[in-house]
Write a protein that binds this ligand. Sequence first.
Ligand SMILES: *[C@@H]1O[C@H](CO)[C@@H](O)[C@H](O)[C@H]1NC(C)=O
Ligand SMILES: *[C@@H]1O[C@H](CO)[C@@H](O)[C@H](O)[C@H]1NC(C)=O
Ligand SMILES: *[C@@H]1O[C@H](CO)[C@@H](O)[C@H](O)[C@H]1NC(C)=O
Ligand SMILES: *[C@@H]1O[C@H](CO)[C@@H](O)[C@H](O)[C@H]1NC(C)=O
Ligand SMILES: [Zn+2]
Length: 299
Amino acid sequence: MSSSLRLWFATLLVLTQLINGALCWGKEGHYTVCKIAESYFEEETVAAVKKLLPESADGDLASVCSWPDEIKHHWQWRWTSPLHYVDTPDYRCNYEYCRDCHDTHKHQDRCVTGAIFNYTMQLMSASENSHTIVHYNLTEALMFLSHYMGDVHQPLHTGFLGDLGGNTIIVNWYHNETNLHHVWDNMIIESALETYYNSSLPRMIQALQAKLKNGWSNDVPSWKSCHFHQKACPNLYASESIDLACKYAYRNATPGTTLGDEYFLSRLPVVEKRLAQGGIRLAATLNRIFSAKPKLAGL
Ligand SMILES: *[C@@H]1O[C@H](CO)[C@@H](O)[C@H](O)[C@H]1NC(C)=O
Ligand SMILES: *[C@@H]1O[C@H](CO)[C@@H](O)[C@H](O)[C@H]1NC(C)=O
Ligand SMILES: *[C@@H]1O[C@H](CO)[C@@H](O)[C@H](O)[C@H]1NC(C)=O
Ligand SMILES: *[C@@H]1O[C@H](CO)[C@@H](O)[C@H](O)[C@H]1NC(C)=O
Ligand SMILES: [Zn+2]
Protein backbone atom coordinates (compact mmCIF):
# COMPACT_ATOMS: atom_id res chain seq x y z
CA MET A 1 0.00 0.00 0.00
CA SER A 2 1.22 3.51 -0.74
CA SER A 3 1.91 5.57 2.33
CA SER A 4 -0.82 8.09 1.57
CA LEU A 5 -3.30 5.26 1.22
CA ARG A 6 -2.13 3.80 4.52
CA LEU A 7 -2.52 7.18 6.16
CA TRP A 8 -6.02 7.45 4.73
CA PHE A 9 -6.94 4.05 6.14
CA ALA A 10 -5.48 4.96 9.51
CA THR A 11 -7.46 8.21 9.51
CA LEU A 12 -10.60 6.34 8.55
CA LEU A 13 -10.05 3.89 11.39
CA VAL A 14 -9.59 6.71 13.88
CA LEU A 15 -12.66 8.54 12.57
CA THR A 16 -14.77 5.41 12.77
CA GLN A 17 -13.68 4.94 16.37
CA LEU A 18 -14.40 8.57 17.20
CA ILE A 19 -17.88 8.38 15.73
CA ASN A 20 -18.56 5.18 17.61
CA GLY A 21 -17.19 6.72 20.80
CA ALA A 22 -14.83 4.86 23.04
CA LEU A 23 -15.44 1.13 22.94
CA CYS A 24 -15.54 -0.99 26.05
CA TRP A 25 -14.30 -4.32 27.34
CA GLY A 26 -15.72 -6.46 24.56
CA LYS A 27 -18.65 -8.79 25.09
CA GLU A 28 -16.27 -11.43 26.48
CA GLY A 29 -14.85 -9.07 29.09
CA HIS A 30 -18.22 -7.91 30.38
CA TYR A 31 -19.61 -11.44 30.35
CA THR A 32 -16.61 -12.60 32.40
CA VAL A 33 -16.91 -9.83 35.00
CA CYS A 34 -20.61 -10.52 35.52
CA LYS A 35 -20.23 -14.30 35.54
CA ILE A 36 -17.58 -14.07 38.26
CA ALA A 37 -19.76 -11.63 40.21
CA GLU A 38 -22.75 -14.00 40.11
CA SER A 39 -20.86 -16.70 41.96
CA TYR A 40 -20.19 -14.28 44.85
CA PHE A 41 -23.79 -13.07 45.28
CA GLU A 42 -25.35 -13.46 48.71
CA GLU A 43 -28.84 -14.93 48.95
CA GLU A 44 -30.63 -11.55 49.09
CA THR A 45 -28.69 -10.39 46.06
CA VAL A 46 -29.60 -13.45 44.03
CA ALA A 47 -33.27 -12.79 44.78
CA ALA A 48 -33.13 -9.02 44.14
CA VAL A 49 -31.22 -9.42 40.88
CA LYS A 50 -33.61 -12.10 39.66
CA LYS A 51 -36.53 -9.76 40.29
CA LEU A 52 -34.92 -6.88 38.39
CA LEU A 53 -33.56 -8.70 35.35
CA PRO A 54 -35.44 -8.26 32.08
CA GLU A 55 -37.10 -11.35 30.66
CA SER A 56 -34.57 -11.49 27.84
CA ALA A 57 -31.85 -12.26 30.42
CA ASP A 58 -33.43 -15.60 31.19
CA GLY A 59 -32.29 -15.28 34.80
CA ASP A 60 -28.63 -14.66 33.93
CA LEU A 61 -27.17 -11.23 34.70
CA ALA A 62 -24.10 -11.92 32.55
CA SER A 63 -26.24 -12.19 29.43
CA VAL A 64 -27.29 -8.51 29.69
CA CYS A 65 -24.00 -7.00 30.86
CA SER A 66 -23.20 -5.64 27.39
CA TRP A 67 -26.63 -4.01 27.02
CA PRO A 68 -25.30 -0.46 27.66
CA ASP A 69 -22.92 -0.92 24.71
CA GLU A 70 -25.72 -2.09 22.44
CA ILE A 71 -27.96 0.90 23.11
CA LYS A 72 -25.49 3.77 23.34
CA HIS A 73 -25.66 4.62 19.63
CA HIS A 74 -29.45 5.03 19.59
CA TRP A 75 -30.32 8.71 19.71
CA GLN A 76 -32.31 8.51 22.91
CA TRP A 77 -29.35 6.89 24.69
CA ARG A 78 -26.59 9.02 23.15
CA TRP A 79 -26.15 10.87 26.45
CA THR A 80 -24.88 7.62 28.03
CA SER A 81 -21.81 7.28 25.74
CA PRO A 82 -19.56 9.36 28.03
CA LEU A 83 -20.57 7.15 30.96
CA HIS A 84 -18.33 4.30 29.81
CA TYR A 85 -15.02 5.98 30.66
CA VAL A 86 -13.28 8.93 32.30
CA ASP A 87 -10.48 10.92 30.66
CA THR A 88 -7.57 12.30 32.65
CA PRO A 89 -5.04 15.04 31.77
CA ASP A 90 -2.27 13.79 29.46
CA TYR A 91 0.75 12.10 31.09
CA ARG A 92 -0.28 12.94 34.66
CA CYS A 93 -1.10 9.33 35.60
CA ASN A 94 -3.61 10.30 38.26
CA TYR A 95 -7.35 10.70 38.50
CA GLU A 96 -9.52 13.17 40.42
CA TYR A 97 -13.30 13.02 40.44
CA CYS A 98 -14.02 16.74 40.43
CA ARG A 99 -11.41 17.53 37.80
CA ASP A 100 -12.07 14.60 35.45
CA CYS A 101 -15.65 13.38 35.80
CA HIS A 102 -17.56 15.34 33.16
CA ASP A 103 -18.49 14.96 29.50
CA THR A 104 -17.11 17.09 26.65
CA HIS A 105 -19.73 19.77 27.42
CA LYS A 106 -18.39 19.95 30.99
CA HIS A 107 -21.55 18.44 32.48
CA GLN A 108 -20.34 17.32 35.89
CA ASP A 109 -20.75 13.64 36.95
CA ARG A 110 -21.08 12.41 33.35
CA CYS A 111 -18.38 9.76 33.38
CA VAL A 112 -17.98 6.14 34.43
CA THR A 113 -17.37 6.82 38.13
CA GLY A 114 -20.26 9.29 38.28
CA ALA A 115 -22.50 6.71 36.63
CA ILE A 116 -21.52 4.05 39.18
CA PHE A 117 -22.41 6.44 42.02
CA ASN A 118 -25.68 7.35 40.28
CA TYR A 119 -26.92 3.81 39.70
CA THR A 120 -25.75 2.59 43.12
CA MET A 121 -27.72 5.43 44.70
CA GLN A 122 -30.83 4.54 42.67
CA LEU A 123 -30.70 0.86 43.68
CA MET A 124 -30.03 1.85 47.31
CA SER A 125 -32.92 4.28 47.55
CA ALA A 126 -35.24 1.58 46.30
CA SER A 127 -33.98 -1.15 48.61
CA GLU A 128 -33.78 1.07 51.72
CA ASN A 129 -37.10 2.77 51.44
CA SER A 130 -39.65 0.71 49.65
CA HIS A 131 -42.41 3.20 50.49
CA THR A 132 -41.11 6.13 48.48
CA ILE A 133 -42.27 6.24 44.90
CA VAL A 134 -39.40 5.03 42.80
CA HIS A 135 -39.20 6.91 39.55
CA TYR A 136 -36.08 5.17 38.36
CA ASN A 137 -36.07 2.12 36.12
CA LEU A 138 -34.15 -0.23 38.39
CA THR A 139 -33.77 -2.86 35.68
CA GLU A 140 -31.75 -0.31 33.74
CA ALA A 141 -29.92 0.77 36.90
CA LEU A 142 -28.78 -2.83 37.52
CA MET A 143 -27.62 -3.34 33.93
CA PHE A 144 -25.80 0.01 33.83
CA LEU A 145 -24.11 -0.56 37.20
CA SER A 146 -22.98 -4.06 36.22
CA HIS A 147 -21.57 -2.85 32.92
CA TYR A 148 -19.82 0.27 34.19
CA MET A 149 -18.26 -1.67 37.06
CA GLY A 150 -16.55 -3.71 34.34
CA ASP A 151 -15.54 -0.66 32.30
CA VAL A 152 -13.94 1.18 35.23
CA HIS A 153 -11.58 -1.80 35.67
CA GLN A 154 -10.31 -1.64 32.06
CA PRO A 155 -7.16 0.45 32.54
CA LEU A 156 -7.65 2.48 29.34
CA HIS A 157 -11.18 3.46 30.35
CA THR A 158 -9.32 5.82 32.68
CA GLY A 159 -6.89 7.02 30.04
CA PHE A 160 -5.51 10.28 28.69
CA LEU A 161 -7.85 12.80 27.10
CA GLY A 162 -5.43 13.59 24.24
CA ASP A 163 -5.53 10.06 22.81
CA LEU A 164 -9.07 9.24 23.97
CA GLY A 165 -7.92 6.42 26.20
CA GLY A 166 -5.72 4.90 23.50
CA ASN A 167 -8.38 5.07 20.74
CA THR A 168 -6.20 7.28 18.52
CA ILE A 169 -3.01 5.27 19.09
CA ILE A 170 -2.81 3.04 16.02
CA VAL A 171 -0.73 -0.09 16.65
CA ASN A 172 -0.38 -3.56 15.18
CA TRP A 173 -1.62 -6.46 17.27
CA TYR A 174 0.63 -9.15 15.79
CA HIS A 175 -0.21 -8.72 12.08
CA ASN A 176 -3.46 -6.83 12.42
CA GLU A 177 -3.81 -3.08 12.51
CA THR A 178 -5.98 -1.80 15.36
CA ASN A 179 -5.77 0.76 18.16
CA LEU A 180 -4.42 0.47 21.67
CA HIS A 181 -7.82 0.84 23.30
CA HIS A 182 -9.19 -2.06 21.29
CA VAL A 183 -6.16 -4.17 22.24
CA TRP A 184 -7.18 -3.80 25.90
CA ASP A 185 -10.93 -4.16 25.31
CA ASN A 186 -10.71 -7.22 23.09
CA MET A 187 -7.46 -8.42 21.57
CA ILE A 188 -5.61 -9.52 24.71
CA ILE A 189 -8.65 -11.52 25.82
CA GLU A 190 -9.19 -13.00 22.35
CA SER A 191 -5.56 -14.02 21.99
CA ALA A 192 -5.66 -15.58 25.46
CA LEU A 193 -8.78 -17.53 24.53
CA GLU A 194 -7.09 -18.88 21.40
CA THR A 195 -3.74 -19.57 23.04
CA TYR A 196 -4.76 -21.06 26.37
CA TYR A 197 -8.46 -21.95 26.38
CA ASN A 198 -9.22 -23.54 23.00
CA SER A 199 -11.37 -20.47 22.28
CA SER A 200 -13.73 -21.36 25.09
CA LEU A 201 -14.85 -18.45 27.27
CA PRO A 202 -16.33 -20.72 29.98
CA ARG A 203 -12.89 -22.31 30.33
CA MET A 204 -11.23 -18.95 30.81
CA ILE A 205 -13.83 -17.99 33.40
CA GLN A 206 -13.25 -21.29 35.19
CA ALA A 207 -9.52 -20.62 35.28
CA LEU A 208 -10.09 -17.17 36.79
CA GLN A 209 -12.46 -18.64 39.37
CA ALA A 210 -9.80 -21.18 40.31
CA LYS A 211 -7.25 -18.38 40.75
CA LEU A 212 -9.69 -16.54 43.00
CA LYS A 213 -9.81 -19.62 45.24
CA ASN A 214 -6.03 -20.12 45.21
CA GLY A 215 -3.45 -17.53 44.19
CA TRP A 216 -5.66 -14.49 44.77
CA SER A 217 -7.62 -15.75 47.78
CA ASN A 218 -5.66 -13.61 50.26
CA ASP A 219 -6.26 -10.47 48.18
CA VAL A 220 -10.00 -10.88 47.71
CA PRO A 221 -11.03 -9.35 51.09
CA SER A 222 -9.05 -6.20 50.34
CA TRP A 223 -10.49 -5.99 46.81
CA LYS A 224 -13.99 -6.06 48.30
CA SER A 225 -13.50 -3.46 50.96
CA CYS A 226 -14.72 0.07 50.50
CA HIS A 227 -13.56 2.89 52.80
CA PHE A 228 -15.83 4.92 55.06
CA HIS A 229 -18.65 2.37 54.79
CA GLN A 230 -19.51 3.46 51.29
CA LYS A 231 -21.59 1.13 49.13
CA ALA A 232 -19.40 1.67 46.07
CA CYS A 233 -15.94 3.13 45.67
CA PRO A 234 -15.37 3.65 41.93
CA ASN A 235 -12.84 6.44 42.54
CA LEU A 236 -10.40 3.89 43.92
CA TYR A 237 -10.89 1.65 40.86
CA ALA A 238 -10.36 4.54 38.43
CA SER A 239 -7.17 5.55 40.25
CA GLU A 240 -5.89 1.99 39.96
CA SER A 241 -6.82 1.97 36.27
CA ILE A 242 -4.87 5.11 35.30
CA ASP A 243 -1.90 3.80 37.28
CA LEU A 244 -2.04 0.51 35.34
CA ALA A 245 -2.60 2.39 32.08
CA CYS A 246 0.66 4.29 32.65
CA LYS A 247 2.66 1.30 33.88
CA TYR A 248 1.41 -1.31 31.39
CA ALA A 249 -0.98 -0.11 28.68
CA TYR A 250 0.80 2.98 27.33
CA ARG A 251 4.30 1.69 28.04
CA ASN A 252 6.12 0.55 24.89
CA ALA A 253 2.99 1.10 22.84
CA THR A 254 3.60 4.32 20.93
CA PRO A 255 1.81 4.87 17.58
CA GLY A 256 2.97 2.46 14.88
CA THR A 257 4.40 -0.12 17.30
CA THR A 258 3.88 -3.80 16.62
CA LEU A 259 2.72 -5.48 19.81
CA GLY A 260 3.43 -9.20 19.98
CA ASP A 261 4.35 -11.95 22.41
CA GLU A 262 6.34 -9.75 24.79
CA TYR A 263 3.49 -7.26 25.27
CA PHE A 264 0.81 -9.99 25.30
CA LEU A 265 2.52 -12.20 27.89
CA SER A 266 3.40 -9.35 30.25
CA ARG A 267 -0.02 -7.63 30.04
CA LEU A 268 -2.31 -10.67 30.15
CA PRO A 269 -1.89 -11.07 33.95
CA VAL A 270 -3.02 -7.45 34.37
CA VAL A 271 -6.11 -8.03 32.23
CA GLU A 272 -6.97 -11.26 34.09
CA LYS A 273 -6.65 -9.59 37.47
CA ARG A 274 -8.78 -6.61 36.43
CA LEU A 275 -11.55 -8.91 35.15
CA ALA A 276 -11.49 -10.81 38.45
CA GLN A 277 -11.43 -7.63 40.53
CA GLY A 278 -14.32 -6.23 38.50
CA GLY A 279 -16.36 -9.35 39.25
CA ILE A 280 -15.55 -9.40 42.97
CA ARG A 281 -16.31 -5.72 43.37
CA LEU A 282 -19.56 -5.87 41.42
CA ALA A 283 -20.70 -8.69 43.70
CA ALA A 284 -19.53 -6.83 46.84
CA THR A 285 -21.34 -3.66 45.78
CA LEU A 286 -24.59 -5.47 44.97
CA ASN A 287 -24.32 -7.43 48.22
CA ARG A 288 -23.92 -4.17 50.16
CA ILE A 289 -26.90 -2.67 48.33
CA PHE A 290 -29.28 -5.58 48.74
CA SER A 291 -28.17 -7.06 52.04
CA ALA A 292 -30.97 -6.50 54.54
CA LYS A 293 -28.80 -7.49 57.49
CA PRO A 294 -28.26 -4.75 60.07
CA LYS A 295 -24.63 -3.69 59.97
CA LEU A 296 -22.94 -4.66 63.23
CA ALA A 297 -19.96 -2.70 64.41
CA GLY A 298 -16.70 -4.25 63.25
CA LEU A 299 -18.19 -6.10 60.32
C1 LIG B 1 -28.56 9.15 36.61
O1 LIG B 1 -29.40 8.19 36.01
C2 LIG B 1 -30.61 8.68 35.48
C3 LIG B 1 -31.40 7.49 34.94
O2 LIG B 1 -30.69 6.83 33.91
C4 LIG B 1 -30.33 9.72 34.43
O3 LIG B 1 -31.54 10.27 33.95
C5 LIG B 1 -29.45 10.82 35.01
O4 LIG B 1 -29.12 11.76 34.01
C6 LIG B 1 -28.19 10.20 35.58
N1 LIG B 1 -27.35 11.22 36.17
C7 LIG B 1 -26.06 11.32 35.87
C8 LIG B 1 -25.33 12.42 36.52
O5 LIG B 1 -25.51 10.54 35.08
C1 LIG C 1 -37.13 -0.50 32.17
O1 LIG C 1 -36.07 -0.58 31.24
C2 LIG C 1 -36.11 -1.72 30.38
C3 LIG C 1 -34.85 -1.66 29.53
O2 LIG C 1 -34.71 -0.42 28.92
C4 LIG C 1 -37.38 -1.68 29.55
O3 LIG C 1 -37.43 -2.82 28.72
C5 LIG C 1 -38.58 -1.63 30.48
O4 LIG C 1 -39.77 -1.49 29.72
C6 LIG C 1 -38.47 -0.46 31.45
N1 LIG C 1 -39.54 -0.56 32.45
C7 LIG C 1 -40.38 0.43 32.67
C8 LIG C 1 -41.41 0.18 33.73
O5 LIG C 1 -40.33 1.48 32.07
C1 LIG D 1 -6.17 -10.91 12.68
O1 LIG D 1 -7.39 -10.71 11.96
C2 LIG D 1 -7.91 -11.91 11.40
C3 LIG D 1 -9.07 -11.55 10.51
O2 LIG D 1 -9.96 -10.71 11.17
C4 LIG D 1 -8.29 -12.85 12.55
O3 LIG D 1 -8.81 -14.06 12.04
C5 LIG D 1 -7.05 -13.13 13.38
O4 LIG D 1 -7.41 -13.91 14.49
C6 LIG D 1 -6.41 -11.84 13.86
N1 LIG D 1 -5.13 -12.14 14.51
C7 LIG D 1 -4.87 -11.80 15.76
C8 LIG D 1 -3.54 -12.20 16.29
O5 LIG D 1 -5.66 -11.19 16.46
C1 LIG E 1 -11.16 -27.59 21.12
O1 LIG E 1 -12.34 -27.12 20.46
C2 LIG E 1 -12.72 -27.86 19.33
C3 LIG E 1 -13.89 -27.18 18.65
O2 LIG E 1 -14.76 -26.61 19.59
C4 LIG E 1 -13.04 -29.30 19.75
O3 LIG E 1 -13.42 -30.09 18.65
C5 LIG E 1 -11.80 -29.91 20.43
O4 LIG E 1 -12.10 -31.20 20.91
C6 LIG E 1 -11.34 -29.02 21.59
N1 LIG E 1 -10.05 -29.51 22.11
C7 LIG E 1 -9.84 -29.77 23.40
C8 LIG E 1 -8.49 -30.23 23.77
O5 LIG E 1 -10.72 -29.61 24.24
ZN1 LIG F 1 -18.85 0.16 28.20
